[in-house]
Ligand binder design. Structure first.
Ligand SMILES: *Cc1c(COP(=O)(O)O)cnc(C)c1O
Length: 471
C-alpha cells in the first residue's frame, strides 16, 4: 500500500515512512492511494473475531512494511481487557429502541483517544527500535490529547514526551491524571499562559529546523494517519455488535472536533462497511455543521471560538477535514489546493454550495450533521439519567442529541461515547447536582505527588528544558 498527499506531491510513501511524520512535505495530509475493498465473505469472517484480531486484519490491508507476525503481536499487546476494561474492548449497549452507545472510553485516560494512541505508542516503540532511533514528542494540550499521549508513551523505549499545558487551566482531575505520572520519559510542562501560548511554542520550536533535527522533535497530533487507521477498527466492531448479519445498514453519530474520529468512519464506509449515515455532531463551534448544511467551510478566528462544556470539540478549524474534501472533489489535488491553499489562505473560507460535488457529501458519502448548545447537553444528560439510568459526558450528550434528529426506522443508530462523565464532573454536577462515580483506579489521584515544571510562555525556555533532558 502506498500513500499520497492530498495536495498532489509526486512522492509515494509506505506506512512506516509516514508513521513518524506529520504533514506531507507540501503541507497536505497522507491518504492511501486507494481504499481496500472488503467483500461480504470477508465481513462474515471478521464478524466472529476478537477485537485485537479484527484490528490486525484491518491494519494489514494498509500496512505492508511490518512483518505480519510482528503486527499481530502489536495488536494483541495493545487491545487487551486489562487496558480497556472488557473483552469486547468497545462494548455496545442499547439505550432505547434503535439507539446504541458504543463505549470507546474505557482505556487508561477515559476518552476515545486511547483507542488510537495506545496503538501508536506500541508502533512507535517498534519502529524506533528497528531504526535504532529516538523521538521526542512535543505537544500542547488542554486535556484529552495530552493525557492519552502520555499514557500511551510512558515507559516506551526511544520515546520522550514533552507536553505543554496552560498552567492552572485544566480540571483538577485532568491535571492529576497527567502530573501524577512518574515515568522518567514523561515531562509535564505547565506554561504560564493560555492554550494558544502552548500551541505557539510548539509551532516555534518545530519551525526551528536545526533544533528540530538535532533533538528529533515529533508530534502525535490528530492528522497522523496511524491514529486514524486505528479508529477505523471500532466502526467495524460497532457494526458487528449492532447487527446479526452483514446485509443490514447501520448509522453512526460522532461527536466531532478535528474530524479525525468521523473521518475514520468515512474510511470504513469507503471500504464497503454497510454504513448508511455518518452524523457529524458539533457543539457551538459549528464550522463542520455549517459546511454540511450550506456547503460553506468558514474557519473561525480565535475570538470566534467558544469555550464550551464539551471542550474537546472547541475547534476553529477541523484539521482532518481536508482528507474528506479530497475524496469529495474526486481526488483532484489541483482543486483541493485551490480550496485549502488559495481560498482558505485568502478568505479564510471556501464555498462549494454551487459545486455538484457538494450534493455528494450527503448523497454518495452519507454525511449529515447537527449541533448542540450547552442547554441541549444539560437536558440530554438529565434525560438520559432519568429515563435510562445512564450517565453520559457532555461530548456524548452532544452526539445523542444530534443522533435523535437523524433516526430512521429500522436502521440502528450507534452513538460513539467519546469520554466518561467523570472527566467532566463540573458539567455533570451542573446537570444533576452530584458528581459521577469514579473508577476505582482514579480514586484519590489528586493527592498523589506531581511531576511538573513551570515555565514562562517562551519557546527558548522550552527548548532549553528539552535540551537539558535529552541525554
Ligand atoms: C478529541 C475528542 C473529540 C473530537 O474528536 P475529533 O477526532 O477531533 O473529531 C470528541 N470528544 C472527546 C471526548 C474528545 O476527546
Amino acid at each position: 500500500m502506498n500513500y499520497l498527499s492530498t495536495r498532489g506531491h509526486p512522492d509515494r510513501k509506505r506506512f512506516c515512512e509516514i508513521l513518524l511524520e506529520g504533514l506531507a512535505p507540501d503541507g497536505g495530509l497522507y491518504l492511501p492511494e486507494q481504499y481496500p475493498q472488503v467483500d461480504t465473505a470477508t465481513l462474515a469472517k471478521w464478524r466472529a473475531l476478537p477485537y485485537a484480531e479484527l484490528a490486525f486484519e484491518i491494519l494489514s490491508l494498509y500496512i505492508d512494511d511490518i512483518p505480519a507476525a510482528d503486527l499481530k503481536a502489536i495488536c494483541a499487546k495493545t487491545y487487551t481487557a486489562d487496558v480497556f476494561g472488557t473483552d469486547e474492548i468497545v462494548p455496545l449497549r442499547e439505550l432505547e429502541d434503535g439507539v446504541y452507545l458504543e463505549a470507546l472510553s474505557n482505556g487508561p485516560t477515559l476518552a476515545f483517544k486511547d483507542m488510537a494512541m495506545q496503538l501508536l505508542g506500541n508502533l512507535f516503540e517498534y519502529e524506533l527500535a528497528r531504526r535504532g532511533s529516538e523521538l521526542n514528542i512535543l505537544g500542547a494540550t488542554s486535556g484529552d490529547t495530552g493525557s492519552a499521549a502520555e499514557y500511551a508513551m510512558r515507559g516506551k523505549k526511544g520515546v520522550r514526551v514533552f507536553m505543554t499545558s496552560p498552567d492552572g487551566r485544566m480540571s483538577p482531575f485532568q491535571q492529576a491524571q497527567m502530573f501524577s505520572l512518574q515515568d522518567a520519559n514523561i515531562h509535564n510542562i505547565a506554561i504560564t499562559g493560555v492554550f494558544d501560548d502552548c500551541q505557539d511554542i510548539v509551532k516555534a520550536v518545530s519551525n526551528d529546523l536545526a533544533f528540530k533535527r538535532k533533538y528529533r522533535i515529533g508530534t502525535v497530533n490528530s492528522i497522523n494517519w496511524a491514529r486514524l487507521l486505528a479508529q477505523v477498527v471500532y466502526y467495524f466492531a460497532g457494526y458487528f455488535q449492532a447487527t446479526a448479519s452483514n446485509d443490514k445498514p447501520v448509522s453512526f453519530t460522532v461527536p466531532s472536533g478535528n474530524f479525525g474520529n468521523v473521518c475514520a468512519g468515512h474510511v470504513a464506509r469507503m471500504m464497503g462497511l454497510p454504513i448508511r449515515t455518518l452524523v457529524v455532531a458539533t457543539n457551538e463551534n459549528d464550522v463542520l455543521d455549517e459546511f454540511f448544511r450550506t456547503g460553506v467551510y468558514r474557519v473561525r478566528v480565535a475570538a470566534d471560538t467558544h469555550e464550551t462544556s464539551s471542550p474537546s470539540m472547541d475547534i476553529s478549524k477541523a484539521s482532518n477535514f481536508e482528507r474528506f474534501v479530497f475524496d469529495l472533489v474526486g481526488r483532484d489535488a489541483a482543486r483541493l489546493r485551490q480550496l485549502f491553499v488559495d481560498d482558505l489562505g485568502l478568505n479564510g473560507s471556501f464555498d462549494l454550495s454551487a459545486d455538484p460535488a457538494f450534493a455528494q457529501a450527503a448523497g454518495r458519502f452519507g454525511f449529515r450533521s447537527g449541533r448542540s448548545t450547552h442547554a441541549d447537553r444539560l437536558a440530554t444528560i438529565r434525560d438520559t439519567d432519568k429515563r435510562f439510568a445512564t450517565l453520559v459526558d457532555p461530548h456524548t450528550a452532544d452526539g445523542l442529541k444530534a443522533a435523535r434528529e437523524q433516526l430512521e426506522p429500522g436502521v440502528p443508530m450507534v452513538v460513539l461515547e467519546t469520554a466518561l462523565p467523570i472527566k467532566f464532573a463540573a458539567t455533570l454536577v451542573e446537570a444533576l447536582g452530584e458528581e459521577p462515580a469514579r473508577p476505582k483506579k482514579f480514586e484519590g489521584i489528586e493527592a498523589l505527588p506531581k511531576r511538573v515544571v513551570k515555565l514562562p510562555a517562551d519557546a527558548e525556555a522550552v527548548k532549553a528544558y528539552i535540551a537539558e533532558n535529552c541525554d
